[in-house]
Design a protein around this ligand. Structure first.
Ligand code: MRU
Length: 349
């Protein structure tokens, strides 16, 4: 089952806000609602929101009453802007929308229905490619995991964060499929608890042994020799290898380095933003403080207390051992190896 798909001329998504308590899928017939679903985190995870935005733009093409190409392109420009502003940090969102806008712009002025069909087909290809890319990262990354390893993992980077399979959690799935006996320590990942709710849900179904740990416990497990490798995802990785990922990742990387534990982000080339020289330029989403004060509506402090809620942080590249991509594992100097990984993807098209 896919996290995001086209179903009956609508965009269908698993509602991740309800897991693990309830499994529900929502159908959207208006791209504005797709954008809202991304903002509200019905769908979340960099590649999954990229796919959702791609299907959202295809939906916008079918919604548009335009009768000629210029009018349709104007409607698509407006939809693209709405979808792109849904969340700022994950570059996959803009990457996916731009990819579809290029398809729309390149169509010969044969007819608006052809453009609509081309956009839907481009969104489908993007979603199919996502799964294939994740499987390739899984194969490369699984080579880093030894039989008997305990892996520390942050947030949710699995099937739910992608179209299917996952990035870092995809590597864990691949290592498990290869018959390696592994154990996973899942950071609960406050404030939205993607680790405790979503990664645990996925690992339970896959039969992969895990323990949920409080985020604050990760340092203890690393210092006492109970972690062999740290695997995380990324929402945007800059040209120099600085990695933006779920808030709390930076702390893990620093403690991993202190304890001689390898730290590997698993990053499709669609998440690498070569236009940014360093992580300092990556926009960091700051979400509603209510998520901190009352996680999932359960108050832990009075609602009028001040709070801050940055959703991501940047791990400087000096703490990164290597970056797993679909084209192999990039090692320092990252400015060269990441550029090569992105070029390999462009050459394969
Ligand atoms: O705020 P979220 O849940 O969308 O954040 C997700 C992450 O930080 C993931 O680690 C990231 O998207 C990469 S995994 C596919």
């Amino acid at each position: 089952m896919r996290t995001v798909e086209w179903h009956d001329n609508q965009v269908r998504m698993i509602d991740q806000r309800k897991l693990p308590w309830e499994f529900a899928q929502n159908d959207y017939d208006d791209y504005h609602d797709v954008a809202m679903a991304i903002t509200d985190m019905v769908v979340r995870g960099a590649p999954a929101i990229g796919a959702a935005a791609a299907f959202g733009l295809a939906l916008a093409a079918f919604q548009s009453p335009a009768a000629d190409q210029p009018a349709l392109l104007r409607d698509l420009e407006s939809a693209a802007a709405t979808l792109k502003q849904a969340r700022p940090t994950a570059v996959n969102l803009a990457w996916a929308v731009d990819r579809l806008m290029q398809v729309a712009g390149k169509q010969k002025p044969t007819g608006v229905d052809d453009i609509r069909a081309a956009l839907l087909s481009a969104a489908q290809s993007l979603a199919d490619e996502d799964i294939a890319i994740n499987k390739r990262m899984g194969a490369h990354g699984a080579a880093l995991v030894q039989d008997g390893d305990t892996i520390l993992h942050h947030c949710n980077t699995g099937a739910l964060a992608t179209v299917d399979w996952g990035t870092a959690l995809g590597v864990i799935r691949s290592a498990h499929e290869q018959g390696k006996k592994i154990h996973v320590l899942l950071d609960e990942t406050r404030p939205r608890l993607q680790g405790a709710r979503l990664s645990a849900w996925e690992l339970k179904q896959a039969g992969i042994p895990f323990d949920i740990i409080a985020d604050n416990a990760a340092g203890h497990f690393m210092r006492t020799g109970q972690v062999n490798i740290v695997l995380v995802g990324s929402d945007r990785t800059a040209a120099n290898g600085d990695v933006a990922n779920k808030i709390g990742t930076y702390k893990l990387a620093v403690v991993a380095r202190e304890n001689g534990i390898p730290f590997y982000p698993v990053v499709p080339t669609s998440t690498i933003d070569l236009s940014l020289a360093s992580g300092d330029e990556i926009p960091i989403e700051e979400r509603d403080p209510a998520e901190v004060l009352a996680p999932f509506g359960k108050p832990i402090a009075p609602a009028d207390y001040p709070a801050r809620n940055p959703a991501f942080d940047v791990t400087p590249h000096r703490y990164v051992t290597g970056i797993v991509t679909e084209n192999g594992i990039a090692y320092p100097p990252f400015d060269l190896s990441l550029r090569q990984a992105v070029e390999d993807t462009l050459m394969s098209k």
